[in-house]
Design a protein around this ligand. Structure first.
Ligand SMILES: Nc1ncnc2c1ncn2[C@@H]1O[C@H](COP(=O)(O)OP(=O)(O)OP(=O)(O)O)[C@@H](O)[C@H]1O
Ligand SMILES: [Mg+2]
Length: 280
């Protein structure tokens, strides 16, 4: 797509952050554009959560610049981030399991009608709006009166995504949304990531899983010990390479073996050739 003149929604340049003596991030760059999924990968302790906290206003960087729409900003907190259209969808969703879906959708921003002492919740309008918004994202639930707790993990994430979109998010920040989910439910969430992109949002997708990243990502940033290990557009990196850059050394050999099996006899992964980069 033509990106030339429009500034990115969100941009980090030379960002560093320490917790006392612990250097969690150094010289990190990241660009998030409208209609793109920017994946951030990295092992435990790589700095992913710290990065998210900076983007969503929980932390301020010690070094470098954080820009929104091309302008340097210092966010005072998550509300300030939300005000700029940056919304975090957390793993442990801020939902109330026993409340119905529509109620959760409007939690904290309930629609009302009437004034003063006559003010009441506008339940019909909330249901209608939630329904339309969910359908707009391709999410069809049988019954919006069912408690959110009865939804699958993937559906719950989807509701959170649709809610963020409804309340004006331009940038969605998803912290490991598929980490606790099985294959099928992960697929559900990945689908809504694509739906959000198609609606023109910028998506920051944090994950341990290069396979999930590669299914939906336009750009990939791999963090290692707080530094950028790889930053590449989709066309410039293969899934293989992404996996390689995520893992390391002996871990990698074991992983490759496992993945070879997981990929199933199908392609046979080139029997007869231990050629390419099999090394020792
Ligand atoms: N509040 C804190 N105080 C001190 N050190 C911290 C704090 N938060 C994170 N760290 C350290 O900063 C580094 C980066 O942590 P961070 O949580 O950002 O990594 P992560 O990539 O999200 O890891 P994980 O995959 O385990 O969630 C780690 O060394 C961590 O121990
Ligand atoms: Mg984390």
């Amino acid at each position: 797509m033509t990106a030339g003149t429009v500034p990115p929604l969100v941009e980090l340049a030379g960002v560093g952050k320490s917790y006392g003596p612990v250097r969690a991030l150094s010289d990190v760059r990241l660009t998030v554009r409208a209609g793109e999924v920017a994946c951030v990968l990295g092992d435990n302790g790589a700095g992913k959560s710290t990065l998210i906290k900076i983007i969503t206003g929980l932390h301020r960087p010690d070094e470098g610049e954080f820009r929104v729409d091309g302008e340097p900003v210092r966010l005072s907190g998550p509300r300030a981030a939300l005000g700029l259209g940056i919304a975090a969808v957390h793993q442990d969703l801020a939902t109330v399991p026993l409340m119905p879906v529509w109620r959760n959708f409007f939690l904290g921003s309930e629609l009302t009608r009437g004034r003063g002492p006559f003010q009441r919740l506008d339940i019909a309008r909330m249901k209608r709006t939630a329904d339309a918004e969910l359908r707009g994202m391709g999410i069809v639930l049988d019954d919006l009166d069912q408690p959110v707790g009865s939804l699958s993990g993937g559906q719950r994430q989807s509701v959170a995504i649709a809610r963020a979109v409804h309340f004006g998010a331009r940038v969605l920040v998803l912290d490991e949304p598929t980490a606790a989910l099985g294959v099928k439910q992960s697929g559900v969430v990945l689908k809504y990531i694509v739906a959000a992109r198609e609606r023109g949002l910028g998506v920051v997708f944090i994950t341990h899983n290069p396979h999930h990243a590669y299914l939906v990502g336009d750009h990939f940033t791999v963090l290692r010990l707080g530094a950028v290990e790889l930053s590449a557009a989709r066309g410039a990196v293969s899934l293989e390479e992404l996996i390689t850059r995520m893992a390391g050394g002996a871990e990698l050999a074991a992983l490759r073996h496992e993945l070879g099996q997981a990929a199933g006899g199908g392609a046979g992964a080139g029997p007869g050739e231990d050629g390419d980069d099999a090394g020792t």
